[in-house]
Structures are given as structure tokens and as C-alpha cells.
Write a protein that binds this ligand. Structure first.
Ligand code: MG
Length: 441
């Protein structure tokens, strides 16, 4: 006769078990993503007049990258790369979506919040989505985010900057919530939403993705911040973003969540220096596009100014303070890094272009990223391996730069280093074939 050996918990034991913190509560993640902020727009990246004390503090207490790359040099593909961990061409989002776009990032793509949901994460997107909004299957709440508050695409996609009959609306989850009447309020409202979300998640692991509207044109700072910076209206907008980062990190500290939270700050692409004439309307000035620092090129190009952006990682107790990494890393690496930190396996059914940065961030191992590819739409135009960058734009001569000695891409060494050119050109061609074979138009 079998007997049941199961021992029943006493009420006291049951309560103790129920109230104890889980053995390994996964960490929280906060990804703060500026729009069109250049490499040179923060004090900790060398801007001579902007004051960004909160971001500077995150950098000083964590790791700041000097070779951090956005997945693309324009908005939608950059977001696709961050949220899928796959190159935007591979993920099927090589270009921007707009107010009239039907569809968006292919529904076959697996997004970071979907993968984190399996581990019990609360997920919220606040801000600019720009990966499709019609039909509704493309909205953030259908792609792994429990909640969303923000804009479906860029803040300039209304008259006088873009011809469209569709008004710019803020969405709340799947519903149009309200028209955007004053863009100056966007950053403060996003900040309020972020603070409220974090407070509501005190007992559960969470992933907050905050792609700000700013400093994408037309820039707009709230009245209380106007005239405060020495860098004019653009500076006021950047200092408002820094204020927002300060409010969010202060909330984490207040709730004693900061040591269990990885905060990442980056930008989706470089500044919009070569803007079309249509943008110089409605109070927009050319200098509202910020600074690429010492880099060449800007948004929409495959020079460093289009792709290389600020990249700051902050996780007290895990990432040692005061580190400046000169190794390569990318927003493509965010998905594999966060999954590793959460204890979620990378899906094995598709190739990934991102790498797990944890051994670099936590243990000081070399960054696993050994190469980076620069695309212009569906065309791969460049590759970086170590310090060498090879660029082959359509109809132009091949270019080769040594980015350690020449970060501004001023001295083309293609003629002097044919062996390096041949090696990188072959690798670029091979990767182009691989990536286009996976996803045909
Ligand atoms: Mg952008």
C-alpha cells in the first residue's frame, strides 16, 4: 500500500515562504532612447556648454562606450534592430514608416518584450514607436508590451514639415487618446508615465522602453526649461531630457530598485544635419540638429556621425563605476544582453546579429562585438573590424579609415592598404549575400 509522504507546511512556514523574496528575482531593465541625438550632445561626450549632470552621473557610475553604434542611421530600422537584436535588413525593416504606411516590422519578428514576458516581466513602451500602427496588429501592445503611451511615428510627420491629412495623435495602448497640441509637453509627460509605471512595478520585474520624441525636429522644450541652457533652444531640449533621466533614476533609488536595475541610455541615430528644405519651417532652425562631435557625416549617412551615438550602461553592484570602454558595442546587443541577464535563452530558430555584453560589462572581458555593418536602406555600404572601417558607397571610390587614429574619417587609406580593403570587402559581400538570402523583398 502506497503512503503519501508529502509533508504539509505549517501555516507559519507557508507564510514565510510566501513572503520571502524569490531566490533570484530577475533584474529590471530601463532603456532610454533619444531620437536624433548626436555623439557630441552630452557633457560626458565632450559638449562644451551643455549641462547633463544626470547622464554624466550614470556614465561616471557605470560604463560609457566611445564606439557605440545604433543599428541604423535613421529611426525605424534603428528601433527594429534594438527590439529584435537582428540587423534591420534581416528583420525586414530597412526604411522608415510614415503616417500613411500600412504594415510595419514583420509580425514574424520576435521582440524583446515578448521574450521577457516568458520570465514574468511587466513591460511598457512610452514614446515614439515608429514600427507600424495600422493594422492594429503592429501596435506595441500586440508586440509584447503590456502598455504603451506615445506617438505612432515621428513628431515632424505633420504639416508644415510633412504633407499629410492625418493629425498627430498620442495613443494610450490601442486607442487614439488625444491630439498633440504642444510638443513641449512630451518629455515631461513621458517622464510622469515612466515614474508611475516604475512605482506600480515595485514587486515585479519590469522592462521599460522609453524612446523619447526629442531631440528630433521640431525641437520643443517645456516653458520651465526655456532659456536655461547656454546652447539655446536645442540645449534646453537636451537639458530637459537629462532632467527626465534624473527623475527616473531618482525614482529607482527611492524605491531601492537601483541595484537591481540595468539602465541603458543611447540614441537611435546621429543628428539630422543634411535636412531637406521642407524641415526649415515652423520655427525650426538648422542648428536645432545638435552635434556629432568630431565625427564625419550625420543621420542618414554611413559615416560615423550617422551611426556612432552615446551609449551608457548603469547597474550599481554589477558594472564597476568609472569605466570608459573603447570596445565596439551596438544597440543590436541590447536584446541578447538583457535576455542573458534575465536568464532567458536566445531563440534558436533564427540568426541574431547582437551579442551578450554582460561578460564585458560585468567582468571586464573584451566586448564580443568584433564587427559592425553600416547599411543605407537595403544596401550595405560599410563594415568595421577592429579599428578598420571600409566603406563602399554606390558610384564612389572605396574608402578605408583607421578609426582609432582617425575617428573623423579624414584620411582615406584604401590605396595604401589593399590587403585590408580586400579582406573587408570580401566580408561585406559575404554578409550582404547572407542577409539578403534570409529575407527577400
Ligand atoms: Mg532618429
Amino acid at each position: 500500500m502506497s503512503s503519501c509522504n508529502r509533508r504539509h507546511f505549517t501555516r507559519r512556514e507557508f507564510l514565510a515562504a510566501a513572503l520571502a523574496p524569490p531566490a533570484s528575482r530577475p533584474p529590471n531593465f530601463v532603456v532610454l532612447f533619444a531620437d536624433d541625438m548626436g555623439y557630441g550632445d552630452l557633457a560626458c561626450y565632450g559638449h562644451p556648454t551643455l549641462r547633463t549632470p544626470h547622464l554624466d552621473r550614470l556614465a561616471a557610475e557605470g560604463m560609457r562606450f566611445t564606439s557605440f553604434y545604433a543599428a541604423a542611421s535613421v529611426c525605424s530600422p534603428s528601433r527594429a534592430g534594438l527590439l529584435t537584436g537582428r540587423h534591420p535588413i534581416r528583420a525586414g525593416q530597412p526604411g522608415n514608416t510614415g503616417p500613411d504606411t500600412v504594415g510595419g516590422l514583420p509580425l514574424s519578428e520576435l521582440l524583446l518584450p515578448q521574450l521577457l514576458k516568458a520570465r514574468g516581466y511587466q513591460t511598457m513602451a512610452i514614446g515614439k514607436w515608429h514600427l507600424g500602427f495600422q493594422p492594429a496588429a503592429h501596435l506595441p501592445t500586440k508586440r509584447g508590451f503590456d502598455r504603451w503611451f506615445g506617438l505612432p511615428y515621428s513628431n515632424d510627420m505633420i504639416p508644415p514639415w510633412v504633407k499629410t491629412d492625418r493629425p498627430l495623435h498620442l495613443y494610450r495602448n490601442e486607442d487614439v487618446a488625444e491630439p498633440v497640441t504642444d510638443q513641449a509637453n512630451l518629455t515631461p509627460r513621458y517622464t510622469d508615465e515612466a515614474v508611475r509605471f516604475i512605482r506600480n512595478c515595485e514587486t515585479k520585474p519590469f522592462f521599460l522602453y522609453l524612446p523619447y520624441a526629442m531631440p528630433h525636429l521640431p525641437v520643443s522644450a517645456p516653458p520651465g526649461m526655456r532659456g536655461r541652457s547656454r546652447a539655446g533652444h536645442y540645449g534646453d531640449v537636451i537639458e530637459t531630457l537629462d532632467w527626465s533621466v534624473g527623475e527616473i533614476t531618482r525614482t529607482l533609488q527611492e524605491l531601492k530598485l537601483d541595484r537591481n536595475t540595468l539602465v541603458i541610455f543611447a540614441s537611435d541615430n546621429g543628428p539630422w544635419h543634411d535636412l531637406p528644405p521642407r524641415m526649415l519651417a515652423g520655427g525650426v532652425e538648422a542648428w536645432h540638429t545638435g552635434s556629432k562631435g568630431l565625427l564625419r557625416g550625420a543621420k542618414g549617412t554611413t559615416y560615423e556621425g550617422g551611426f556612432r551615438v552615446p551609449g551608457i550602461f548603469h547597474w550599481p553592484g554589477v558594472i564597476r563605476p568609472g569605466q570608459v570602454s573603447m570596445d565596439m558595442a551596438s544597440t543590436l546587443d541590447i536584446l541578447p544582453t538583457l535576455l542573458a541577464a534575465a536568464g532567458v535563452a536566445l531563440p534558436g530558430d533564427r540568426p541574431y546579429d547582437g551579442h551578450n555584453l554582460l561578460p564585458h560589462l560585468r567582468d571586464g572581458k573584451p566586448s564580443p562585438r568584433q564587427e559592425f555593418f553600416y547599411a543605407q536602406g537595403r544596401t550595405l555600404e560599410g563594415i568595421r573590424q577592429g579599428p578598420w572601417k571600409y566603406r563602399q558607397a554606390k558610384g564612389a571610390a572605396p574608402e578605408l579609415y583607421h578609426l582609432d587614429r582617425d575617428p573623423a574619417e579624414q584620411y582615406n587609406l584604401a590605396a595604401a592598404e589593399p590587403a585590408v580593403v580586400n579582406r573587408l570587402a570580401a566580408r561585406l559581400q559575404h554578409f550582404t549575400q547572407e542577409i539578403h538570402a534570409e529575407r527577400l523583398p
